[in-house]
Design a protein around this ligand. Structure first.
Ligand code: SAH
Ligand code: SF4
Length: 412
C-alpha cells in the first residue's frame, strides 16, 4: 500500500461535509501484511516492518530512537515513516496516587481529544476517544454540544492505548481493558474503530494482544451499525446508552432516537446478545427529575427483565451551564431498588476521576494555565508545555472518565 507523504483527505466524509485532514499513515493503520508491503515500497526488507511492529506492540516502544537493535538507517528512515507522532501531549492529570490518569492530546490538525486510565485491584482500564467531538448532539453531553470535528484514524485510536500500556508497564503493571467511552460515537467511525479493535486484540507483532472480551464499545444506538457489529464475530462487550425507557423522553435526551426508537434499539441489543453470548450493558445517566422517577425505573425493569442485560447507572456529570443535575442519592437508591426488584442486574458507576478538573473532558475546555477545580484529592497536576488550549468550549466532557465498564462493581 502506498505511503502518503502528506496528510490524507478523509475518503469517507459525508457528502456535503467539509473535507478534513487525516493524520499521516502509521503502522497501526495497517495489518502486518500491509506494513510489510509498505516497508518494501520504501526500499526496506519487509521483515523490518515486523521488527518495528514488535517494538511498538510488544515492547511498547513508541520512539524509533529506542529501537537500538535495528541498524541506524532502518531506525531513522523506516522507523520515522512507520511511526509518525500522532498524539502530542498537552496536559496530563493524575490523582489517586497515579491510579487515575487523564491525558489531553493535540492531534496533527490541532484537534484535542482526551483519554483516561483507571486502575483497580483486578483490572486496569483505559477509556479512549474515537472522534474529535461528536455529531450526535445529546444535550446533556458536553462533547456533543461542540459538534463533530473529525473521526480519528485507526492509529490515533490505537496509540492512545499503547501510550497508556507503556506508561503502566513502566510501573510494572499491565493494561487489561479498553472502553470506547471517550469522545465521539464509535459506531459512527465504524471501519476505523473495527480496525483498531482488531489491532488491539491481535497478538504481537500484529497487535497488542488484549482480550476481545475486555473491549467495550459504547453506542448511542446506531441500529444498522449495531447489527453489523453483531456479524463481525468479535465478542466485544456492547454498551447501549439508553438513558430513558420511553420514546418521548429519549427523543429529547438522545436525538438519534428520532430515527431508531427504544423498541428497535433494544431489539438490536438483544440480537447482539444472542449472537455473541455477551451480556449487553445498558447505560443510563441519572438526571434529577428528568429520567429518575420510580415509574421510569419500573418501566425500564419491564423492558429488561429476563434479558441478557446489565444496567449501569451513571450519576450525571453536569456540564457547565447545564440546566440538568445529578439525581439525589435517595432517588438513585430507589431507582436501583426498583430495577433489582424487577430482576435486573444493576450497578452504579464509580465516579472516580471526577475530582480532576471537576469533571472529565473539561481539560479540553479549560483555560490555559488555570488550575483544576479540586476538592483537595488531586495529587498533582502537570502541564506539558505552555499549550494554549485554544478552542475552549468546543471539546468538553462526556462523563466518561468514570467509566469502568459493565463489569464494574456497584458502588456501596
Ligand atoms: N458516544 C458513545 C460513547 C461515548 S459517551 C455513547 O454515547 O455511548 C460515553 C458514555 O458517557 C455514554 O453512556 C454517555 O451517554 C455518557 N455521558 C455523556 N455525557 C454525560 C454526562 N454529562 N454525565 C454522565 N454521563 C454522560
Ligand atoms: Fe456523542 Fe455519546 Fe456524547 Fe451522545 S453521549 S453526544 S453519542 S459522545
Amino acid at each position: 500500500m502506498p505511503a502518503p507523504a502528506l496528510p490524507l483527505l478523509s475518503r469517507d466524509a459525508p457528502s456535503g461535509a467539509r473535507r478534513v485532514a487525516m493524520p499521516p499513515r502509521h503502522l497501526a493503520d495497517l495489518d502486518l501484511a500491509g506494513r510489510r508491503a509498505w516497508a518494501a515500497e520504501l526500499g526496506h526488507e519487509p521483515f523490518r516492518a515486523e521488527q518495528i511492529s514488535r517494538h511498538y506492540f510488544a515492547r511498547l516502544v513508541r520512539d524509533p530512537a529506542g529501537m537500538t537493535d535495528l541498524p541506524a538507517q532502518t531506525r531513522e528512515a523506516l522507523g520515522a515513516a512507520l511511526l509518525p507522532t500522532l498524539l502530542a501531549p498537552v496536559r496530563e492529570l493524575s490523582c489517586d496516587g497515579g491510579a487515575t490518569l487523564k491525558n489531553l492530546w493535540r492531534l496533527h490538525d490541532g484537534s484535542l481529544v482526551e483519554s483516561v486510565f483507571m486502575e483497580y485491584p483486578h483490572r486496569a482500564t483505559v477509556c479512549i476517544s474515537s472522534q474529535a467531538g461528536c455529531g450526535m448532539g445529546c444535550p446533556f453531553c458536553a462533547t456533543g454540544q461542540g459538534g463533530l470535528r473529525r473521526s480519528l484514524s485507526t492509529a490515533e485510536i490505537v496509540d492512545q492505548v499503547v501510550w497508556f500500556a507503556q506508561r503502566v508497564s513502566a510501573a510494572g503493571r499491565r493494561l487489561s481493558h479498553v472502553v470506547f467511552m471517550g469522545m465521539g460515537e464509535p459506531l459512527a467511525n465504524y471501519a476505523r474503530v473495527m480496525a483498531a479493535v482488531r489491532r488491539l486484540t491481535a497478538p504481537a507483532p500484529e497487535g497488542l494482544g488484549l482480550s476481545q472480551r475486555h473491549v467495550t464499545i459504547s453506542t448511542v444506538g446506531l441500529v444498522p451499525a449495531m447489527r453489523r457489529l453483531a456479524e463481525e464475530n468479535l465478542p466485544v462487550t456492547l454498551a447501549l446508552s439508553l438513558h430513558a425507557p420511553d420514546d418521548d423522553l429519549r427523543d429529547e435526551l438522545v436525538p438519534v432516537n428520532e430515527r431508531w426508537k427504544v423498541d428497535e434499539v433494544l431489539q438490536a441489543a438483544w440480537d447482539y446478545a444472542a449472537r455473541t453470548g455477551r451480556r449487553v450493558s445498558i447505560e443510563y445517566a441519572l438526571i434529577r427529575d428528568v429520567n429518575d422517577q420510580p415509574w421510569r425505573a419500573e418501566m425500564l425493569g419491564r423492558l429488561l427483565a429476563g434479558k441478557l442485560a446489565h444496567v449501569n447507572l451513571i450519576p450525571l456529570n453536569p456540564t457547565p451551564g447545564s440546566r440538568w443535575d445529578a439525581s439525589p442519592k435517595p432517588a438513585e437508591r430507589e431507582f436501583v431498588r426498583r430495577l433489582r426488584a424487577a430482576g435486573v442486574a444493576t450497578t452504579v458507576r464509580d465516579t472516580r476521576g471526577r475530582e480532576i478538573d471537576g469533571a472529565c473532558g473539561q481539560l479540553a475546555a479549560s483555560e490555559p494555565g488555570s488550575p483544576p477545580k479540586s476538592d483537595g484529592r488531586v495529587a498533582k497536576m502537570r502541564d506539558i508545555g505552555q499549550d494554549p488550549v485554544g478552542i475552549a468550549g468546543n471539546l468538553v466532557q462526556s462523563g466518561w472518565a468514570d467509566s469502568r465498564g459493565p463489569e464494574g462493581k456497584a458502588k456501596q
